[in-house]
Ligand binder design. Sequence first.
Ligand SMILES: *[C@@H]1O[C@H](CO)[C@@H](O)[C@H](O)[C@H]1NC(C)=O
Ligand SMILES: *[C@@H]1O[C@H](CO)[C@@H](O)[C@H](O)[C@H]1NC(C)=O
Ligand SMILES: *[C@@H]1O[C@H](CO)[C@@H](O)[C@H](O)[C@H]1NC(C)=O
Ligand SMILES: *[C@@H]1O[C@H](CO)[C@@H](O)[C@H](O)[C@H]1NC(C)=O
Ligand SMILES: *[C@@H]1O[C@H](CO)[C@@H](O)[C@H](O)[C@H]1NC(C)=O
Ligand SMILES: *[C@@H]1O[C@H](CO)[C@@H](O)[C@H](O)[C@H]1NC(C)=O
Ligand SMILES: *[C@@H]1O[C@H](CO)[C@@H](O)[C@H](O)[C@H]1NC(C)=O
Ligand SMILES: *[C@@H]1O[C@H](CO)[C@@H](O)[C@H](O)[C@H]1NC(C)=O
Ligand SMILES: *[C@@H]1O[C@H](CO)[C@@H](O)[C@H](O)[C@H]1NC(C)=O
Ligand SMILES: [Cu+2]
Length: 561
Amino acid sequence: MLPSGVSSFAFLSLAAIAKAATVSYNWDVTWVWASPDGFGRPVIGINGQWPCPKIEANLNDTVIVNLNNQLGNQTSGLHFHGINQVNSPEMDGPSGVTQCPVPPGSSVQYQFTVDTPGTFWYHSHNLGQYPDGLRGPLIVHNPNDPYAGQYDEEVVMTVSDWYHTQSLDLMRNMLVTTNTRFIPPFPDAILVNEGQNANIAFNKSKTYRIRLINFSALASAMIHFDSHTMHVIATDAGYIQKESSYQLRISAAQRYDFLLQGSTRDNRNYPYLFSLDTNRDFKNASLGVTWPHNYTGYLVTDSSKPMNTIDQVSEWKPQDDSHFKNYEGQGPLANYAQLIKLDFKFCRDVNGYPRACFNNLTYIDQKVPTLYTAATTNDSNTNPVVYGQVNPFVVKYNDVIQIVVNNLDAASHPFHLHGHHFQVLDRPKSGTGTWPGRDTNYAKTPVRRDTINVNPHSYAVLRFKADNPGTWLFHCHIEWHVEMGLTATIIEAPEKLQGMTFPADHIQACKAGGIPYQGNAAGNTQNFTDTSGFITVPPTTYEGAQYTAPANKRNIPGWSP
Ligand SMILES: *[C@@H]1O[C@H](CO)[C@@H](O)[C@H](O)[C@H]1NC(C)=O
Ligand SMILES: *[C@@H]1O[C@H](CO)[C@@H](O)[C@H](O)[C@H]1NC(C)=O
Ligand SMILES: *[C@@H]1O[C@H](CO)[C@@H](O)[C@H](O)[C@H]1NC(C)=O
Ligand SMILES: *[C@@H]1O[C@H](CO)[C@@H](O)[C@H](O)[C@H]1NC(C)=O
Ligand SMILES: *[C@@H]1O[C@H](CO)[C@@H](O)[C@H](O)[C@H]1NC(C)=O
Ligand SMILES: *[C@@H]1O[C@H](CO)[C@@H](O)[C@H](O)[C@H]1NC(C)=O
Ligand SMILES: *[C@@H]1O[C@H](CO)[C@@H](O)[C@H](O)[C@H]1NC(C)=O
Ligand SMILES: *[C@@H]1O[C@H](CO)[C@@H](O)[C@H](O)[C@H]1NC(C)=O
Ligand SMILES: *[C@@H]1O[C@H](CO)[C@@H](O)[C@H](O)[C@H]1NC(C)=O
Ligand SMILES: [Cu+2]
């Protein structure tokens, strides 16, 4: 995309006069050997390379990704995190929701318009696959950026937890009846820019726009730059009124755009510190708070000078991101028509396996992808029964919806909504208890995000307008909790989804995997409310929460059910 040697600034200026274009990527999903922290292991890459490439486009461009699954022994797929897929809900990507998992040897094309500028990412939304490496940045440049002129260059930084064991094995070890305390896998390392050598060439007479993305499966990161204040300008992909932060905490899947202004005080190389937060609640000292994985990188102003000072903070006290203000000064969406209250806690299924529940129900993947059910069940598609136990909530077109998440757990969890950037009306501190049921004292100019960290024993109040027909997941973005079923599905404006059609290659992926793509959750095309054949108990063997290999596919090389 961006030829090397051309600065991002030049790219932006050109973009201002360019008209909407199509950017295309031809990607084979492949196994690659990599050792980002010195420990070698197979990772999932693209076209034989890892880290995965960046997608880069201008506002209103069309992005096309031709995906061919060359893994040989696992299904795949891609989700474009934060892209709302207006008029293209079938391109959202989660397996079992908006498409069938792509079997080895099959291809699908993703095509969508990028109608919101900002910092996004893409990742597999199939099996517990992205912690194995299938993830990358997705940047949408804005020719009319309100902060243009306030920075000279752009830098994309990613941070993530990292595991030495492949996800499938981690998942199988986690989903056992003896895991009575719902313990997730703990990371072996922290990666910055998919490695551990992420110094930034820093010209102290310039200002940099840092686009920070958290690729984590579990951990959040704390961030601090020695002697430099972060001037935050966007959260996820929502512009905010510029605010100075000394420390930030970025949860899995969140993004921050901030400006770092060079300091001309001296010619030091300045360290910065990322600390992985694997604590249940870092604010609660009685829980034994530790910071086992740190990364120190440098803003390098002069590479001949030493890089040996370690950045340290006496205490992590990150800025409260729920107090940021949206750029336009918009108030909360008024007069909400529907309240979706989600009480989250861990739970066990009838076989004693560890699960996560909303309102005492865990998400159970069905036979037919939810969007395909919405499209093919005539006007029964407004009846939540036809979707099975995917925790469906049917909402009406153009209604304002309020989601309340009560986190009854002792750890914080980052919740993500597909298809929308919601307003964060309230997100009180840990230990506050459940939502009191009153709509008072909300943010006056609420921040817009697509992922919000909900504090332990506390809650969050979110609003969005149901103006984007589709089937959109609302889930915890800790990948291990997704696989435990911490997911609900918003069935948005189903009356507008009736009869919608799907690209032939997407249907072909279903056929190749032996998966039904019409009718209710069990594929019944005659009697939509007949629930026989629905999956009502989570599987007891882990073959990927989103995919059960049909019997006739189990002999593909390397597949070990
Ligand atoms: C992008 O598309 C929207 C909606 O069609 C339009 O209002 C806007 O001006 C476009 N922006 C650019 C930079 O092309
Ligand atoms: C740093 O930026 C200034 C202002 O743009 C420029 O004059 C100078 O040459 C740059 N220094 C280096 C080492 O690139
Ligand atoms: C990324 O998000 C995860 C999950 O919330 C968190 O544990 C981790 O610390 C974050 N990483 C960074 C560098 O903020
Ligand atoms: C990581 O950094 C934090 C904050 O400076 C510090 O408290 C902690 O001891 C460090 N951890 C390790 C393993 O060095
Ligand atoms: C979940 O189950 C508990 C215990 O059986 C019950 O007290 C609670 O009301 C249930 N919650 C919902 C939302 O149904
Ligand atoms: C801190 O953790 C302890 C032990 O789990 C718990 O009893 C207490 O309520 C927590 N405090 C807050 C403010 O959440
Ligand atoms: C669904 O609608 C189609 C088109 O109107 C019709 O042919 C079909 O019989 C209907 N199916 C059921 C089960 O009602
Ligand atoms: C559809 O299935 C439901 C549930 O099994 C049953 O009650 C109903 O009678 C069936 N409708 C028809 C038309 O067969
Ligand atoms: C799939 O193949 C890769 C690369 O050979 C291997 O590392 C991985 O363990 C295999 N996975 C399964 C489930 O067989
Ligand atoms: Cu979670």
